[in-house]
Design a protein around this ligand. Structure first.
Ligand code: ADE
Length: 269
């Protein structure tokens, strides 16, 4: 996969040289290029922003350096078919999810346009649609100072799904959000630490019981921490053990979705 990132702070993206993503680059799995937006300016001060039309606080990123930078990125894609995807990190975008990470991991070429200040002139986003499949994407319902931190998160989430990046692909299967539930808790040696014991079932060697306990913990955690996820969970074709785990946690299955039984909620967990 090829990834291009355009930013006025290219140094912000330095961590993408480390760890599994850095290794993926060395191994040729990820061809990642970071571009300095200021190198596409033509004035002496290398200006990238100006005051907003209509007034108001802050500055807006100018269209011209962005169009030059994005045109260069759109051209730099030897042998690729179709339009690359241009992610514009923004708190006003669609939510970044594991499902979107999987979708993006199937692309040949991703580009990221890191806005700063109040954002990029909207005409750039419209014009970019001629060259890219443009997607404004938000990391969550909070405001960052710019797109760079969001890009670090998204590149890591997408990059680790590329074949060969994570050593044991099994670890991608049983993790939070892979099946709409949160991950079960994990433990390692010693079996007793500061008077706290590892749950006995994990030492039993009974793999059926362990799998059942882990599944129950997934439901319990998701119910406690992310009831929104559990209520959206497809419980239509669950095995009997899963149905009774949900029952025990105070949920009935109505029209294929877990619905919290009134009155039982407080005892869940
Ligand atoms: N830029 C500023 N805030 C952001 C957010 N929440 N997600 C993505 N990009 C952003």
């Amino acid at each position: 996969m090829r990834i291009d990132v355009v930013s006025i702070f290219p140094e912000y993206l330095a961590p993408l040289e480390l760890s599994l993503i850095g290794k993926a680059r060395q191994d040729g799995i990820l061809d990642l290029h970071v571009h300095d937006l200021r190198s596409f300016t033509t004035d002496r001060h290398r200006t990238v922003d100006d005051t907003p039309y209509g007034g108001g606080a802050g500055m807006v990123m100018k269209p011209e350096p962005w169009s030059q930078a994005l045109a260069a990125v759109a051209e730099a894609r030897p042998g690729h078919r179709g339009k690359p995807v241009l992610i514009v990190p923004s708190p006003a975008g669609e939510r970044f999810t594991q499902a979107l990470a999987h979708e993006l991991a199937g692309e040949e070429h991703l580009a990221f346009a890191c806005g700063r200040y109040e954002g990029i002139d909207e005409r750039v986003i419209e014009w970019a649609g001629e060259h890219f499949d443009v997607r404004p994407v938000s990391l969550g319902d909070y405001v960052l100072n710019g797109g760079e931190v969001a890009v670090l998160a998204m590149v890591e989430a997408v990059g680790r799904l590329l074949p060969g990046v994570v050593g044991n692909p099994e670890s991608l299967v049983e993790e939070s959000h892979s099946d709409g539930l949160l991950e079960y808790p994990v433990y390692t040696k010693p079996a007793v630490w500061r008077d706290r014991e590892v749950p006995a079932v994990l030492l039993s060697g009974n793999h059926g019981k362990i799998a059942q306990w882990r599944r129950h913990e997934q439901f319990r955690r998701t119910s406690e921490r992310r009831p929104d996820l559990l209520e959206a969970f497809d419980a239509g074709k669950l095995p009997r053990a899963d149905r009774s785990a949900l029952q025990e946690l105070g949920y009935d299955i109505v029209d294929g979705r877990p619905v919290r039984r009134p009155g039982k909620a407080e005892s869940a967990g």
